[in-house]
Ligand binder design. Structure first.
Ligand code: HEM
Length: 99
């Protein structure tokens, strides 16, 4: 992982230029889907990280934050769910030949 912080040291809440929610003890992490989606796509001031990470890495991070940082949830993410959370490939609307 690069040195960029994940929402504060040890998953604690950071308040600076905006509010970074704590990952520690965060009930939103009970199910993998929410975290997976936000890691890939971002949300509000959270940058999307999906293009830096392959599915395995997104799953590893999701598993990690569900089961560490004071969280004791079941790591219920799957590679299929990670793949599903990725944005659809943009449809190339310009593939037809034009005269
Ligand atoms: C691998 C690194 C990261 C992970 C695993 C991660 C994970 C998450 C998760 C799970 C949430 C949702 C929390 C909730 O709604 O309860 C969240 C929100 C947020 N994250 Fe991150 N994050 C990461 C890196 C970053 C970075 C680098 C930034 C800023 C530069 C950032 C800024 C934010 C902000 C501002 C929110 C709140 C978004 C909102 O207003 O809904 N995160 N993050």
């Amino acid at each position: 992982m690069p040195a960029a912080a994940c929402n504060g040291p040890n998953g604690s809440e950071t308040i600076g230029a905006g509010k970074y929610p704590a990952l520690s003890g965060n009930p939103n992490l009970e199910y993998a889907g929410y975290a997976t989606y936000i890691i890939i796509n971002g949300q509000a001031a959270m940058p999307s990280l999906g293009h830096f990470l392959d599915d395995q890495q997104v799953l590893a991070i999701t598993d990690y934050i569900q089961t560490n940082l004071g969280n004791d949830y079941e790591a219920d993410g799957t590679l299929d769910a990670v793949a599903d959370a990725r944005p659809a490939e943009p449809v190339n609307q310009n593939t037809e030949e034009h005269e």
